[in-house]
Design a protein around this ligand. Structure first.
Ligand code: UFG
Length: 333
């Protein structure tokens, strides 16, 4: 299949491109490198031994997007491009709505104009909001607590309405839980950009000596050790989830949501201990106040993704911890 991957140089995008290429698909990456770098393209090519076409550009520029579709006959779009920092979205909501929603509308309009009917969208478990009880399943009510989350929810709605109106579109809305880990080659992974907000990038920065101490946000949650519980999924498993969605895309009528997680929750302290054990490193940490907006427990009900897409994660927490560190430590050699 000829597949357009928007945001293909990013963390999840790059791992998905590797998976697509290894499965014989033709990949065109569209990226503006706002939060990624062009050398990722060479690294994807090095891992797979295959070439990737790159179109550098911004999805918010309607003319650029139109030309991209005009010049290529895409069969399917995998749409990762977007802004993703929760805190920044609270400070700059217009920037987030403009970019994530405006950019997606340009992609949708081009799909209509050039008759592309298949799309896989990067959504997030953040759409389950604060009021559901884990395990989260796709039929639960959704809500958001910050502009980033609202953009994911609004885009899900826009795609659902569009697919309904079009009649013959096939859209997979993939709700990611907490992606960590990196490719086994150590060539691609999650690149730290400033002080990380997320747990694993913070831990690897402490391990690298770039940050002094991990703040564990709260130890008085109603969980087995009091720290927050999340469903961490290896990014290479997540990439396979996209492959599975693509393989089954014709069976999806309209737009349908799928959780991509392991179904297992680990606490912050479980992750710290697993990281220390897997890499034989001590991580400095201290207990800090709760982070506003955090919930106690979040993990997936994985049944729908398994039943309808045949998706099941395979990689262990040890692998997630080892590969995360293997990638980051290479950055500082
Ligand atoms: N945590 C810490 N210290 C840190 C960072 C995180 O203790 O320095 C804790 C959090 O309190 C939470 C857990 O580690 O209990 C995971 O936090 P992350 O920031 O890594 O991930 P979140 O679950 O908060 O959010 C992530 C993505 C969002 C996405 C959401 C979906 O960042 O984009 O998962 O559930 F929407």
């Amino acid at each position: 299949m000829k597949v357009l991957v928007t945001g293909g140089a990013g963390f999840i995008g790059s791992h998905t491109c590797v998976e697509l290429l290894e499965n014989g698909h033709e990949v065109i990456i569209f990226d503006n490198f706002y939060n990624s770098s062009p050398d990722v393209i060479e690294r994807i090519e090095k891992i797979t031994g295959k070439s990737v076409k790159l179109v550098e550009g911004d999805m918010c520029d309607a003319e650029t997007v139109d030309k991209l579709f005009k010049d290529n006959e895409f069969e399917c779009i995998i749409h990762f491009a977007g802004l993703k920092a929760v805190g920044e979205s609270v400070a700059k909501p217009v920037f987030y709505y403009d970019t994530n929603i405006g950019g997606t509308l340009n992609i949708i309009k081009a799909m209509q104009k050039y008759d592309v009917k298949k799309l896989v969208f990067s959504s997030s478990a953040t759409v389950y909001g604060m009021n559901n009880v884990a395990p989260y399943n796709e039929t639960m009510p959704t809500s958001a607590t910050n502009p980033y989350g609202w953009t994911k929810l609004m885009i899900e709605q826009i795609l659902t309405d569009t697919a309904k109106a079009q009649g013959d579109w096939h859209i997979a809305l993939l709700r990611y839980f907490n992606p960590i880990g990196a490719h086994s080659s150590g060539l691609i992974g999650e690149k730290p950009n400033g002080i990380p907000n997320n747990l694993m990038p913070y831990i690897t920065q402490v391990a690298a000596g770039k940050l002094e101490c991990l703040n564990v946000f709260g130890d008085d949650y109603d969980t087995h050790d009091g720290t927050g519980v999340r469903d961490y999924i290896h990014v290479c498993d997540l990439a396979i989830g996209h492959m599975k969605a693509l393989n089954h895309i014709d069976e999806i009528d309209g737009a349908r949501q799928f959780n991509l997680g392991t179904g297992v929750g680990y606490s912050v302290l479980d992750i710290v201990k697993a990281f220390e054990k897997a890499n034989d490193i001590t991580i400095n940490y201290k207990i800090a106040p709760r982070r506003p907006g955090d919930i106690a427990t979040c993990f997936a009900d994985t049944k729908r993704a398994y039943d309808e897409l045949g998706f099941k994660t395979e990689r262990s927490l040890e692998d997630m911890c080892q590969s995360s560190w293997n990638f980051v430590k290479n950055l500082y050699k």
